[in-house]
Design a protein around this ligand. Structure first.
Ligand SMILES: Cc1cc2nc3c(=O)[nH]c(=O)nc-3n(C[C@H](O)[C@H](O)[C@H](O)COP(=O)(O)O)c2cc1C
Length: 173
């Protein structure tokens, strides 16, 4: 109840990075494996688990590997300026980008793929919002994404569709 009462969008962040244990818990809360059969903390249509969580920090761009509960490096440079058009996405120490791999979405038609990917990403985003509320972190989910710039920076394939992004960090006092 407390986390729900504190859940809100904030767009002003300190630059201080998240300590590794906080980032680890944040990613597990977002989209970690919470059952022995590989199911996750967020639901997904037909359990396709098609969303990849890209993790952009000052150190580089990574993708969350839920099975290993670790990060795989994608690019060894700061791509935060290539994600959003608002200042928060480059100022926050961490911006998550939720990317659907449409190849994992069975034979669903275009409209279903889009709506399921948007819904599945939104569940992850709400997990992140609630984790942030419980940890005293600030967060904002956003759709105003520079999709071509991020797709190029991350080397996304044609079947990868950017659904949403979300900045996280310590709130400005
Ligand atoms: C699908 C979606 C897209 C959003 N896109 C943006 C965005 O591009 N930029 C932004 O600053 N906030 C964005 N937001 C955050 C909303 O503006 C925010 O949730 C809303 O104003 C309500 O405020 P609250 O989250 O504090 O309750 C988005 C929220 C959702 C759910």
């Amino acid at each position: 109840m407390e986390a729900l009462a504190r859940r809100r969008s904030s767009r002003e962040f300190q630059r201080k990075p998240l300590p590794p244990p906080v980032l680890s818990n944040l990613l597990w809360a977002a989209w970690g494996i919470n059952r022995p059969d590989g199911h996750r903390t967020a639901p997904s249509a037909r359990n396709w688990q098609e969303i990849d969580v890209y993790v952009a920090t000052a150190d580089g761009l990574y993708v969350y590997d839920a099975k290993a509960h670790g990060l795989q490096r994608v690019v060894a440079r700061d791509v935060r300026a290539q994600i959003g058009v608002q200042p928060h996405s480059r100022e926050a120490p961490l911006t998550l980008v939720y990317v659907a791999d449409e190849q994992k979405m069975g034979g669903a038609d275009e409209e279903s793929r889009r709506s399921y990917a948007a819904a599945d990403a939104a569940f992850i985003a709400q997990n992140v919002y609630l984790f942030c509320a419980s940890e005293g972190l600030a967060s904002v989910v956003f759709a105003m994404i520079d999709r071509p710039a991020f797709a190029q920076a991350a080397g996304l394939k044609a079947q990868q569709r950017i659904a949403l992004a979300q900045s996280v960090g310590y709130p400005k006092p």
